[in-house]
Design a binder for this molecule. Structure first.
Ligand code: BGC
Length: 337
């Protein structure tokens, strides 16, 4: 009997220890590499990735986020991904520095059998002559555990153009029958920059308006550069400039400063359009210092990216592409917010 009691006690203790052990939460390691921490928009995006992962934690499941700054340097980012692999992360969320390096990184990650969620910088498909084509990327399509989460930049460009078309004078302030604009572009390798440049103007010409491009420069998404380029253009073309299109709000914030410094007034003698709907841009629109922007939904995109990363962690099937809509943000929209 004593022996039986001793065995019973031991069994209870072992079960107790096991149940304590099984109460330990499962912690998933998530490697996130952002192309550049100083980017205004990607700062909102990456903060929301971390915040949203936190909300999904339970007593049983935790997420350890390893957030790395690609410093706009492809070699640096490749090292980071290599480190993620060595550290044995369970999933990677990747905002590529260079979409032209997509294959190299996708292959590295797929070979290491780690699921991958690409965000914000869509890898481009090319035809035999090296021209970009509007097709899904094979490196993504061919891998069941690789996907891209983003927004269709054509939509954002079209919305920028539409806000000009919607103006009473359709952007033709001096009544010479054409809309004279300058374009300040993001990183030209980025499809967002290419499509916004193309589709903002296409929207005007499709609506039947004549356009004149006075200047088209690369500002690499950067506020200081946007200010400098806009100031130079204003000095060179003066009143001829009726519309300033910026591929993002970062550069538009810089352009807004240049416009004020030049003594010009948005809505009266010039129009200014951006993309992203950064809080600072919303304030400018409310105060009449910017014509409009387009919401690049970092909340919707970061949540979609995290949700699909969690699906991958749970071994669920995923789609290869997830799209989040842009939203037009003009003064009426801001006033109704
Ligand atoms: C945003 C830009 C940002 C870029 C980074 C774009 O979608 O509009 O503000 O700099 O992504 O890749």
């Amino acid at each position: 009997m004593k022996k039986f009691l001793a065995i019973l006690l031991a069994t209870i203790m072992i079960l107790g220890i096991c149940s304590v052990a099984s109460a330990e939460p499962k912690t998933y390691k998530v490697g996130v590499s952002i192309y550049q921490f100083t980017d205004n928009f990607m700062t909102l995006y990456r903060n929301e990735i971390e915040a949203y992962f936190k909300t999904l934690e339970t007593d049983d499941v935790k997420y350890e986020i390893i957030m790395a700054d690609g410093k706009n340097d492809m070699a640096e980012q490749t090292n980071q991904v290599q480190n993620f692999i060595t550290q044995g992360v369970d999933v990677i969320i990747l905002n590529l520095v260079q979409t032209s390096s997509a294959d190299t990184l996708i292959d590295m990650i797929v070979d290491a059998e780690i699921p991958l969620v690409l965000i914000n910088r869509e890898p481009l498909a090319y035809d035999a002559d090296g021209n970009t084509i509007d097709e899904a990327y094979e490196g993504i399509l061919n891998n069941a555990k690789v996907c891209y989460v983003g927004a269709d930049a054509r939509q954002s460009g079209t919305f920028q153009g539409q806000m000009v078309v919607d103006l009473d004078n359709h952007g033709d302030l001096n009544g010479d029958g054409k809309i004279s604009y300058i374009m300040i572009e993001g990183d030209p390798e980025n499809i967002d920059a290419q499509y916004r440049t193309e589709f903002s103007v296409k929207c005007l010409t499709d609506a039947g308006y004549e356009v004149e491009c006075l200047d088209d420069q690369v500002g690499n998404w950067d506020q200081t550069k946007g200010q400098e380029l806009c100031a130079n253009a204003l000095a060179k073309y003066g009143d001829k400039i009726e519309v300033v299109f910026c591929n993002n709000d970062g550069m538009a914030l810089g352009a807004a400063t240049a416009i004020q410094t030049a003594g010009r007034k948005v809505g009266e003698d010039i129009y200014l359009l951006g993309v992203d709907a950064l809080p600072e841009a919303i304030d400018l629109i409310r105060d009449g210092d910017m014509t409009g922007t387009v919401l690049n939904d970092h909340i919707g995109q970061s949540h979609a990216a995290v949700d699909v990363a969690v699906k991958l962690l749970n071994g669920e099937e995923i789609q290869n592409y997830y799209w989040v809509d842009y939203v037009m943000v003009n003064k009426a929209y801001v006033e109704a917010m």
